[in-house]
Design a protein around this ligand. Structure first.
Ligand SMILES: Cc1cc2nc3c(=O)[nH]c(=O)nc-3n(C[C@H](O)[C@H](O)[C@H](O)COP(=O)(O)OP(=O)(O)OC[C@H]3O[C@@H](n4cnc5c(N)ncnc54)[C@H](O)[C@@H]3O)c2cc1C
Length: 572
């Protein structure tokens, strides 16, 4: 498409909108009647293949909620200096932090939330994608393939659970078999490890729950599954143990620049300096780029909702079952499916809804019902009767629908790891390696030669999980430490010892939800109905605070339980 054609098309969508080219990027300004018009204009602009799309179109009366900022205000970081500042402690920021900790540098991660991995990084399917649906030539495709292969070693080093349980892409129409050459051809450009094709009969034998009328399937053995927050927490723990500083409850609110270089970063906890700034702020990465004076892309949030089914539904599949996402291509989604989680539950979803809200975690019963309706066509025994809870997360999509992993365009000391939508969990270890390399190059240009951190330890301390031991081993463990014999959470079989461990690991955070994400207490079928008081009592004891002060989330500043956020009403 030419620029003239784009201008005409934008005017035909909204006469009050205009397009211009500024510094190689398409900039859209003016008014639209609806948010879908804003999106349509942005997508058209992306077809120009410029250096980026800055979409500042607006709809009168339509505004998103402001970013969540902790009420804590202090001078903790005032006038401090760091070599590297990473903004955002999602899986991408934490993976980068771990890579940076291989070097003798002062690195800080600033995160606006009370814990690491609270946004998209804990609100996803946990799939380590094989990459069959990704377009050759995209950065997503490249990082997905590299990231997928890094997971075996990473899980061994960091001690998180990872299984390559494979995924089935089911053919629901006989003509789907005609796509076979396309898949084989795609494999030439996308490095996908192993593809098998199964007839209807073989599929029925391997995945008995799949409807008998399905016509066969493609099987991708390189597909895997993890617990996404376990991965993020493990990366953060390792980075922290290797010397990276984490400042939680710390929102970046502005940046000061001079001559195309960021000179300081302002937060609710003080203004400080950093030689290199790394933008890993997820759905806010375009806002961070704007603060730095380096905005050349726009995030349009895309929400995904999922249902979690009880482990009883786990028999439906031991891996992932999805349909060819042909009808979902225009929605830029893999189409979702059934995912057997690493802990044995079943996930149904996700949906894909464009929204102006960057942090809206609400779920709707109609979306959930549509997910069950859609996926029960592939697995007829799927029933909503077994769902135990729901969640939603928001993808940080750019109009180009690709990752941005690069140095700043106009600012010399920033690296962007932005627009990391799905499959960002899969890609994060590979993105981190490249971002670290780019940051080191910037430091070198400033005369800072980072030496390797000789005391870097790639491994995390092992987690003790009594329920995974045989009787003899468990008896011996309980003899040594009786706390591992006192079960607090019956559904998930979590002992007092494991909750205590979650509270004493590196980077522990003293509230119910943080402890839950670290050891699965309250995550079972009863959703904490039985074990919440006992778990809260243990937090109260460990943190040295009265029971009345133990919060569900937020409330107590991580690593510093004496500091309380006043505005939160999060009592149990
Ligand atoms: C429903 C759904 C399903 C998905 N399924 C998969 C899957 O199966 N496999 C897969 O590979 N990927 C999946 N993804 C994608 C994956 O979750 C994301 O790509 C990944 O989590 C992105 O990580 P991130 O660190 O970039 O972003 P985030 O996890 O969102 O982290 C960004 C962090 O930056 C912080 N932040 C933002 N602004 C500021 C500021 N001003 N100051 C300080 N901190 C700030 C935020 O609080 C946040 O913690 C899915 C995503 C969704 C939504």
């Amino acid at each position: 498409m030419t620029f003239r054609a784009l201008e005409r098309r934008i005017k035909s969508i909204s006469p009050e909108a205009s397009a211009s080219i500024i510094d190689g990027c398409v900039v859209l300004k003016g008014k639209c009647k609806s948010y879908s018009q804003v999106l349509e204009c942005g997508r058209l602009a992306a077809r120009l293949h410029s250096d980026g799309v800055v979409n500042d179109l607006y709809v009168e009366g339509l505004e998103s909620k402001p970013m969540y900022i902790s009420s804590i205000k202090d001078e903790e970081l005032e006038a401090k200096s760091f070599d590297v500042c990473i903004i955002g402690a999602g899986v991408v920021g934490c993976a980068i932090a771990r890579e940076m900790s291989r070097y003798k540098l002062s690195t800080i991660v600033v995160e606006k939330e009370y814990d690491v991995g609270l946004r998209a990084s804990s609100r996803n399917d946990g799939m380590i994608h094989p990459g069959i649906d990704l377009r050759p030539g995209q950065r997503k495709t490249y990082y997905n393939a590299r990231g997928n292969r890094l997971y075996d070693q990473l899980s061994k080093d960091l001690g998180f659970d990872f299984v390559r349980n494979g995924s089935y892409v089911v053919f629901d129409k006989a003509w789907n078999w005609l796509l076979l050459p396309a898949f084989i051809f795609r494999r030439i450009f996308n490095p996908i490890d192993g593809i098998r094709f199964y007839s209807r009969k073989k599929l029925a034998k391997l995945q008995g729950s799949v409807a008998s009328w399905q016509k066969g399937a493609m099987y991708l053995p390189s597909s895997g599954i993890v617990c996404p927050y376990q991965v993020t927490i493990s990366l953060a723990e390792n980075a922290y143990s290797n010397g990276v500083r984490f400042s939680l409850d710390t929102a970046v609110l502005g940046m000061q620049s001079k001559d195309g270089e960021i000179t300081s970063i302002s937060t609710n906890r003080g203004t400080f300096k950093a030689c290199v700034v790394i933008n890993a702020a997820g759905v806010y990465s375009d806002i961070i780029a704007q603060m730095a004076g380096d905005r050349f892309f726009t995030i349009h949030p895309r929400k995904g909702t999922e249902a979690i089914l009880d482990k009883e539904a786990g028999y439906l599949t031991s891996s992932v079952v999805a349909k060819i996402p042909l009808g979902d291509v225009k929605n830029h989604t893999k189409g979702g499916g059934l995912v057997r989680t690493i802990d044995g539950n079943l996930l149904v979803g996700p949906s894909a809804e464009e929204t102006i809200e960057r942090e809206d975690d609400s779920t709707s019963s109609s979306i959930i019902a549509s997910l069950f309706e859609k996926h029960s066509r592939t697995v007829p025994a799927l029933t909503q009767r077994l769902d135990i809870t729901y969640f939603s997360g928001t993808r940080a999509s750019t109009y180009e629908e690709d990752f941005i992993v690069r140095k700043g365009r106009r600012v010399s000391n920033i690296v962007h790891a932005a627009g990391i939508q799905s499959p960002g969990l899969t890609a994060s270890p590979a993105i981190a390696i490249d971002v670290c390399r780019l940051a080191l190059e910037i430091l070198r240009a400033q005369g800072i030669n980072a030496r390797p951190n000789d005391s870097f330890n790639p491994k995390n301390p092992q987690r003790i999980r009594p329920s995974r031991l045989d009787d003899e081993q468990r008896d011996a463990l309980i003899q040594k430490d009786p706390a591992y014999g006192r079960i607090v959470c019956r559904c998930e079989e979590i002992s007092e010892g494991e909750i205590r461990d979650a509270l004493t690991r590196p980077l522990s955070v003293m509230n119910m939800d943080s402890v839950k994400r670290r050891c699965r207490v309250t995550m079972g079928r009863c959703q904490g109905g039985f074990c919440t008081p006992a778990a809260a009592q243990l937090i109260s004891k460990q943190a040295g605070i009265p029971m009345s002060k133990v919060r569900k989330a937020r409330g107590y500043l991580a690593l510093c339980p004496v500091k309380e956020a006043q505005d939160e009403n999060q009592e149990l």
